[in-house]
Design a binder for this molecule. Sequence first.
Ligand code: VGL
Ligand code: ZN
Length: 198
Amino acid sequence: MSAVRDNGAAEALLVVDVQRDFLPGGALAVPGGDRVLAPLQRCLDRFAERARPVFLTRDWHPADHCSFTTQGGSWPVHCVGGTPGAAFAPALHIPAQAQLVSKGTDPRAEAYSAFSATDLCARLRHLGIHRLYVGGLATDYCVLQTVLDARSLGFDARVMTDAVAAVDLAPGDGARAIQRMQAAGATLTTSEEAVAAR
Ligand code: VGL
Ligand code: ZN
């Protein structure tokens, strides 16, 4: 096992869009979205304890974002940067060393993936990271597109099935998203496995 692997610098936790608007009571609430909070908190705590890199993404739209129904898009207004709905889940304790990635900031572009028009890839490569433990919201949109991009970019992506939740606009969307991620070479894991020995 390489020195890089041994000091843990080669793997990171990637928490996708655990924001108030995607949680119960929010503008675009993911059904059962709060199931991700406890497993992700365990991951955040353990990765921080071990000084492992932690990234949190946030949907961070301008007020006139093209994905909003007010602009002819398909989503209710959500996660407008700087508003309470865009804040991370209040229940989540975010370690001081966590790195934030804001996405969806261009009013003209829908950007589900955390790699879309962000410097996430450069930051991961700079740290020598090759493996990502991924959880968050929503399985069938931002988690899906983030994991597909991670695979295209050559990262080993491990999706924590107990730490994701789907919008399921059409029943089965979440399950199909999981299948698509697996077909792209992502593997399924759990938060327990992600924190074991990390
Ligand atoms: C998301 C719908 C619209 C997500 C973001 O984070 O999955 N879904 N914007
Ligand atoms: Zn959005």
